[in-house]
Design a protein around this ligand. Structure first.
Ligand SMILES: O=C(O)CCC(=O)C(=O)O
Length: 267
């Protein structure tokens, strides 16, 4: 991808269910929702493994109290201190996760978005099951995923699979259409590179955000520069999403950075 947009001149056939309009939408908005991309059976199998991995929580994982986003328990000793936030290293956890990561439906769409058949899954970024537990979940402020990632080019695509229905009340994704092409100055971001909400220019941008309302099996493909956020889970069921990040094979991680700790997997 050049200048963060998709090359629409590719002659590859579109995968079933993805139209030229969808591709235009991805270029324009920086994300694309693909309804029903994962079969219900696969989602059931993934959910079974995820549920078994949450009770008891199976390492490697990250707790809400590790990341300390707004709303998280203050530390592990606090009430809810051992609430999981992310089950890490999804790809190597179980065959069902690999099956989805490499599935023809995912790969075909990625090939189109990235204008290449040679695609790698990053083991260093996302590659996790995101969970939001009732009572103890935190919110994620507005950010670009690429802010802490180090590659030749800021041109990665993440695939977010809904394992339960997702909507704002249970902490579903919010995205700012077109923000992947914005070039905000450093002054519009806070110390942790989240959008500063004390600035009117940022609040105006946030006002244009849309909620990704998803059913089980729906997937969101989003550019690593698309600003997104998510609220706390305010219902009484766990929200679970499986998230992977992909890059073109020639978009290499910078050696000795967090993006190069584990080797990427060509899919
Ligand atoms: O589920 C959330 O809170 C959003 C997570 C997110 O955007 C991220 O980890 O990059």
């Amino acid at each position: 991808m050049k200048n963060t947009t998709t090359d629409l001149s590719s002659s590859q056939p579109l995968p079933a269910g993805v139209t030229d309009d969808d591709m235009d939408r991805f270029n324009r908005d920086g994300f694309l929702v693909v309804p029903g991309l994962a079969a219900k059976d696969l989602c059931r199998s993934i959910n079974r493994v995820v549920d078994d991995s949450l009770d008891p929580p199976l390492a490697p994982l990250e707790f809400e109290a590790d990341i300390l986003y707004p709303g998280a328990p203050k530390n592990k000793a606090a009430h809810g201190g051992f609430t999981p936030r992310r089950l890490l290293h999804a790809y190597t956890r179980d065959e069902v996760f690999r099956q989805w990561a490499r599935s023809q439906s995912v790969v075909a769409i990625l090939s189109r978005l990235m204008s290449t058949d040679r695609i790698c899954l990053s083991q260093n970024h996302h590659n996790c099951i995101m969970t939001k537990h009732p009572g103890y979940s935190s919110l994620t402020s507005w950010h670009q995923d690429v802010r802490y990632w180090r590659f030749d080019r800021p041109e990665l695509v993440s695939v977010w699979l809904a394992l339960v229905d997702e909507y704002p009340e249970n902490g579903g994704l919010l995205l700012i259409p077109g923000s992947h092409t914005s070039d905000l100055g450093r002054g519009r971001l806070d110390a942790s590179l989240f959008l500063r909400t004390d600035l009117k220019s940022n609040r105006d941008m946030i006002d244009t955000a849309v909620a990704a309302t998803l059913s089980v099996g729906d997937a969101v493909f989003f550019h690593c520069k698309t600003y997104h956020a998510a609220g706390r889970n305010q219902i009484d069921q766990i929200k679970k999403s499986l998230v992977y990040t992909y890059r073109a094979i020639d978009n290499q991680p910078i050696p000795d950075t967090r993006s190069a700790v584990y080797c990427d997997i060509e899919i």
